[in-house]
Every structure is written in structure tokens, then in C-alpha cells.
Design a protein around this ligand. Structure first.
Ligand SMILES: [Zn+2]
Length: 169
């Protein structure tokens, strides 16, 4: 099932989500739906609050559906180590059509649980590191625009408000 994606402005995107505590068939179904939604949206990552579910759960696939082995499920993720930095354009499915140069670590290590509740530690570089940070942020109620300058962030917020008023958001 493909979920509609919650856009910036909904409060579920700006508050911390609740930890995942039950690893059962319902969670498996939710994760399958999240991958389907991610693939349909041509995205690299999707966090549960982006489909209106305030749970610390995200899915990542930096190959956008090309490689089934690239699919990652992170429950209750936390970034535990970072190294270096990269400045590249970043976007978010909840802020469609807005992209901005965003500074992220070049390498990031995330500790999380997998679909079955098993503890995992993964280190990613480049786009994967960016995805780990972006999605973990989502679960803490943080959007990528928080990492931009106040000026840039306000400009995006103003444009979104204008689109909301015009009924285009
Ligand atoms: Zn996002």
C-alpha cells in the first residue's frame, strides 16, 4: 500500500517520534508499505512520521529500488559517530521541489534495531551517511532545513506559506 506523504507544516514532522517496541507482523507490513511508498516517490529514504506515523522507524534505499540488497530498515536509530563533512544539495519528500546545499558528515555510524529487533551498527559514507543523518533527524522531529542558514530557512518557509495560502501545498 502506498501512503500519501505528509508535507512540511504538519506537526507530526516536528516532534520526536515514539520508540518502536514491538517487532511483529504489523511492523513487517508497515515496512513493506514504506518501501513501496519510497519507491513510488523515487526517494532515497522515508521516515514513519512522513506517512503520519510517529514511530522511530525509517527505510533507506540509496539505489532507489535498483538493488534489493540495498534496502535498509532502521528502528530506533541513533547516530553514534561521525567523521569529515560533505556539502551537497539535499531534499526531502516532505518538502517537494525544495533543495538546498546542506552540510552533513562524510561518514556516519548509526546504531539501530533491524526489522526483528536485533541490534545493528552500520557505517555509511557519502549519500548513505547523508541518508542516515537525514532520516534519524526526522525521527527526532528535525527537518533538513534546520541545518540551513536562518536566511535560507526563512526563505523556504515563506515560499511554503505562500503556496499553502494559494492551496498549492
Ligand atoms: Zn526527509
Amino acid at each position: 500500500m502506498i501512503y500519501p506523504i505528509v508535507k512540511y507544516g504538519q506537526e507530526v514532522l516536528e516532534r520526536p517520534s515514539e520508540p518502536v517496541t514491538v517487532f511483529d507482523g504489523n511492523l513487517e507490513k508497515l515496512v513493506a508499505d514504506m518501501f513501496e511508498t519510497l519507491c513510488a516517490a523515487n526517494g532515497v529514504g522515508l521516515a514513519a512520521p512522513q506517512i503520519g506515523i510517529a514511530k522511530k522507524l525509517c527505510v533507506i534505499d540509496i539505489t532507489s529500488g535498483e538493488d534489493p540488497k540495498a534496502k535498509l530498515v532502521l528502528a530506533n536509530p541513533a547516530i553514534v559517530a561521525t567523521e569529515g563533512k560533505q556539502v551537497l544539495e539535499e531534499g526531502c519528500l516532505s518538502l517537494p521541489d525544495f533543495r538546498a546545499k546542506t552540510t552533513r558528515p562524510l561518514r556516519a555510524t548509526v546504531r539501530a534495531q533491524d526489522l526483528h529487533g536485533k541490534e545493528i551498527t552500520l557505517t555509511g559514507e557519502g549519500l548513505l551517511a547523508r541518508a542516515f543523518c537525514h532520516e534519524t533527524d526526522h525521527l527526532n522531529g528535525v527537518l533538513f532545513i534546520q541545518h540551513l542558514s536562518l536566511l535560507k530557512r526563512d526563505s523556504i518557509k515563506r515560499k511554503v506559506r505562500r503556496m499553502m495560502k494559494a492551496g498549492e501545498w
